[in-house]
Structure formats: structure tokens, C-alpha cells
Design a protein. Sequence first.
Length: 180
Amino acid sequence: MLEDKLLIWKLKRGRLDALRQIYDQYKTDLLKVAISLTGDVGRSEDAVQDIFLKLIESHRRISIHSSLKHYLMTCLANRVRSLHRGDQRHGEILPPIPRSKASAGRPERWAMLDEEMRLVGRAMAQLPLEQREVVTLHVEAGLGFREIARIQNASSNTVQGRYRYGMEKLRSLLDSEVDT
């Protein structure tokens, strides 16, 4: 937290090395969360870049009342919501999360992970955006329900309900995939 405050202080004074440090520190977490929310690597990269461009544009008047990670995740969630609203206006549907070959070791393990990622991605894409956002921010970003409640401008009880319903739907969807 103290390191974040120092980085923000430097950023407000126009120090580009602070922006580089913030980017290096948070880009991977932001990208993971964005991919989970959008299901599209390219759009996720664009969303993360948009966040850092906005950070550059508003660096002098930035005011962070919680952690820098929380601030950036809030910006990301807002950006993804904005993209989602645009998709709805244009009738687009989010694609499933792309398959990736994690550092699994052997090719047969890659195949298993590939299939698991495809199933989870398809199930996540079927969740309502609010539930997908809560599940992703809690599981992938490690944020608590209070932090997510602030991001979503909702009560903690609402967020916990979204998480519970989202997880129940994921279990149901994944169970039906396994049974077929």
C-alpha cells in the first residue's frame, strides 16, 4: 500500500518510470481478469491498454482512496461493462474464452487443460455480466466482496448473492457438460 502511494505520488509529478512500474506490476492480473470477463484476448488487451491510457490522461487529478489494484480493477470492470453495452447495442455476443496451453508439461496434460479451459470459458460466457464479474474479481483477482461491492456500486449482500448464484450456475453448466 505504501509502495502504491509512492508510485501515485511520482505519477502525479509526471514520472514515467512510475507508470512503467504500475504497468509491470498489474498488467498480468488485469489481463487475466479482462480475458475472463470478455472471453477475447484481443479485446482484453485493448481494455487494459485503455485503462493505462486513461491513467496517463488523468494522472494529475487521480485520487485513489483504496489500493491501486482496487482502483485499476474498478477501471477495468467499468471498461468491460462499457464494451458489453456496446456489444448489446450492436447485437454481438461474447465469444467463449480462447483455449490456451498452460505450462502443463506433457502434451496429454495440455489436451486435458485445453478441454477444461474450453468448458469453463463456455460456462462463464453464459453467466450474466454481473455474476461473471463477481466470480472473476473474487477468484482471479482475489478481491473481497466488500471491494467488489464498491466496484459494482452494490451492497455486499448483493455481491455475495451474485457470487453464489454464479457459482451455482457454473456448477450446473459444468455438470451438464460432464454428463453429456
